[in-house]
Design a protein around this ligand. Structure first.
Ligand code: NDP
Length: 289
């Protein structure tokens, strides 16, 4: 049995947001984020409100462009083109998912890569994979920040990432490689998932299946990062990891809520500031890696 430390993502994110706020005050101009929200998906509305509130608290202005669920792709592309050329707009965020009649890839590719604060534009993805400076997707960046905070140097650790989405799993595996981890990427077709997961000094689950990761998936003393957000029938929000089950087996684990979620928002603010810095031709030194 090991003693399990619960990683306080809320507190770590709060401290990081204070650093972002300090940096914003030094900028000398107010960074501006444009959020495009299409339709009235309840979860998306809440996410956008949370982002807006967090941004305002650190001194970032936010414009929300709420578009009808039946908006045409051309209208969205026209809006993106307009925001791309607006000097005062530093970051553009397309809230996902978009309604099925719209092609999210085409919309993301229309965003100026310098303003792509979600880090999903193929130019940013390519730069990240080849180790060049890029906008990095917020959730993976938040996971790396948490891991660095808890473990320090990650070099040589075996990291197992469950999930391979473009939003979380894939970029996270790339970032862990960049940290000199040995990386295993698991997904829905992986056989003997428990055995694969047990190899991880670090285990990250980004799947969206409550209770997927149980005690026998965890190497004793591992650090477990739970990205999953799942709403149960009774309304309770849980992650992918059976939280109480891994107590005494994992050395560190993130709770849901209060783990990765707050870090994702904090990293969005960081990306907006980074984009604002770039427009002033200066480097952002808030994240020391
Ligand atoms: P996706 O649905 O895009 O990807 C899920 C991944 O999980 C896929 O790669 C899929 O594999 C894999 N998978 C599905 N079932 C299994 C299984 N039984 N065993 C192993 N792997 C499996 O989801 P996202 O990456 O967008 O999000 C993942 C979770 O993270 C969700 O719960 C989401 O809500 C949450 N999330 C949380 C954020 C936060 O801030 N905390 C931010 C973003 C997402 P395959 O590729 O083979 O289909």
């Amino acid at each position: 049995m090991v003693e399990t430390h619960i990683i306080d993502g809320k507190m770590i994110a709060k401290d990081f947001r204070s650093l972002v706020a300090q940096h914003v005050r030094k900028l000398g101009s107010t960074p501006r984020l444009a959020v495009i929200l299409i339709g009235e998906h309840p979860a998306s509305l809440i996410y956008v409100q949370n982002k807006q509130k967090a941004a305002r608290e650190v001194g970032i202005d936010v414009d929300v462009y709420q578009l009808s669920p039946t908006v045409t792709e051309k209208s969205v592309l026209d809006l993106i083109a307009e925001l791309n050329v607006k000097k005062e707009v530093n970051g553009i965020l397309l809230q996902l998912p978009v309604p099925p009649h719209l092609d999210s890839s085409r919309l993301i590719e229309a965003i100026d890569p310098v303003k792509d604060v979600d880090g999903l534009h193929p130019e940013n993805v390519g730069k990240m994979v080849t180790g060049r400076p890029a906008m990095i997707p917020c959730t993976p960046l938040g996971c790396i920040y948490l891991l660095r905070h808890v473990l320090g140097n990650l070099e040589g650790k075996h990291a197992v990432v469950v999930g391979r989405s473009a939003l979380v799993g894939r970029p996270l595996a790339q970032l862990l490689l960049r940290e000199n981890c040995t990386v295993t990427q698991a997904h829905s077709k992986t056989v003997h998932l428990a055995e694969v997961c047990r190899q991880g000094d670090i285990l990250v689950s980004a799947v969206g299946k409550p209770g997927l990761i149980k005690r026998d998936f965890i190497k004793e003393g591992a650090t477990v990062i739970d990205v999953g957000i799942n709403r149960l029938e009774d309304g309770k929000i849980v992650g992918d990891v059976l939280f109480l089950d891994v107590m005494g087996q994992a050395a560190h684990v993130t709770p849901v809520p209060g783990g990765v979620g707050p870090m994702t928002i904090a990293m969005l603010l960081f990306n907006v500031v980074k984009a604002a810095d770039q427009s002033l031709s200066q480097a952002t030194d808030l994240i020391p890696f």
